[in-house]
Design a protein around this ligand. Sequence first.
Ligand code: GLA
Length: 384
Amino acid sequence: MQIELLKEFQNRFHKEPENMFFCPGRVNLIGEHIDYNGGNVMPCAISLGTWLAVSKNTDKKLRFQCLNFPEMVDLHLQSSYSRTGKEWFNYPLGIINQLLEDGYSISGLDMLFYGNLPIGAGLSSSASVEVLTVFALDQLFQLNIPRTDMALLSKKVENEFIGVNCGIMDQFAVAMGKKNRAIQLNCDSLNYDYIPFETGEYVLAIINSNKKRTLTDSKYNERFSECGAALKLLKQELKVQSLCDINMISFQSHRHLINDPVLEKRALHVISENERVREAAISLKAEDMIAFGKLMFASHQSLKELYEVSGKELDAIVNFCQTFNGCIGARMTGAGFGGCAIALVKKESISDFTIQLSDYYKKKIGYAPDVFASEIGDGVKEWK
Ligand code: GLA
């Protein structure tokens, strides 16, 4: 990949890139739709991601190109930008705009991106591009931005420039990931802990349902508002800042305040899922993968029944996993409504798993899923 990107950069810009960078995507092991509710999540960085070859220029131009997309965007360097349409370059442009607004100065840039994360599949391709861009500019212009601030800045861009009310999980995971570690992150305090994620006799399989998410952003924002509405009702009697400040015992004695069954289900998912993350951390520390796998199945059930962000494709994958002998846990990962599921599968069964799941899924859904075994990798870095 590195060679192709380098050659393409030379062909397109007739010079050498000054640097190359890589930022991974992520999977969330457990703790879904929790980050914008102030609770605990457990993501990790994966080996797929986004690369950038970049060089400064003296003609005050921002040139955005990408091997995955045809657009070649050429903008004058100015003091601010606004989003134009939905194209991919809005992500790096949003980052540049935010850095300029924050008072950092930069020169013109020639940028060539490439990514191998399936887009819209819930593996955080957008956070990967955002954090990649801020990290690259930090290195090129010696801005000295700490990694956690890179994640916060990228989230701000996603919220304000792109217009998705996402939490901090994705940007934090791809900025802070570590090889063979899950990150247990409290999304309120941003305190975090690296937990060994040694899968031993199992592999972490990522299964792309290949169902493209179309309504995701609006449905995602709808869930965000529903949680806000449930919180407001609970606050009539509870002194809390976010849904995840409430434990299950307290929720049970106050749930009558939510006089809407849909909002009640949303809150129940959030509060139970937050507790599952704590239990999951205990299981991982005790190297009890069986207990961890059970929590994955329970998480999926809750996302399906209570939060209603799964769908027939993701459910088909998890249903199959529940019946397959060598699989000890599975769930959808990311925002849902399509995208990917993850599963823990016995190493020696992974090829049977892939064949049988593909047959089952094709019969049920009509087209094939993609299955790949993933490594847990590092966060954003220079690509030498
Ligand atoms: C998306 C968002 C994250 C998080 C997940 C759901 O990936 O970008 O902030 O809310 O959905 O857990």
